[in-house]
Each structure stands twice: as C-alpha cells, then as structure tokens.
Design a protein around this ligand. Sequence first.
Ligand SMILES: [Zn+2]
Length: 87
Amino acid sequence: MKPRKTPLRMCVACRAMRPKAELLRLVAVEDKSLVYDGTGKRNGRGTYICRSLACMEAAVKMKRIPKALGQDISAELRRETEGPAGP
Ligand SMILES: [Zn+2]
C-alpha cells in the first residue's frame, strides 16, 4: 500500500499548515481582480487561506492578501467564506 501524501499549504492569515483541500485558493487574475479558485487550476499568482471568515478578515486587516497578491479582496470573495465550515 502506498502512503497517501496530502499536499500542505499555508494559510496566508494564520500561517497554519493545512491540507490543500481545506483551504481556499485565491488567485489574482489578469484584470486585476482577486478570485476564488474552486478548481485549483487557474493561472496566476495564488495564495491559500482557511475557509473561515475569521482568517479572511484577519488577512484583510493585516493586509496580507494585497501583500501576497497585490490585489484587494472583494465582497464576493468574502461570501465564499461564510458558508458552513468543513468538519
Ligand atoms: Zn487561517
């Protein structure tokens, strides 16, 4: 049996290492907007953040996201974090 390797990514806000699937991937696209990348396949500079509004707000407050991507966060994007958190 092969050991299953879970790729870890760091949350830009709380800096916790988590499995990729537990994080939201944010990508700065060409038209200078910041989008939530549900597929993980978009091109562009990306960063990862927990699926939690707390981390999203912390990232905005600390300006971690603009720092990481040179973009600001949209209200639309904030909505993505307001759904029920995974187990
Ligand atoms: Zn986090």
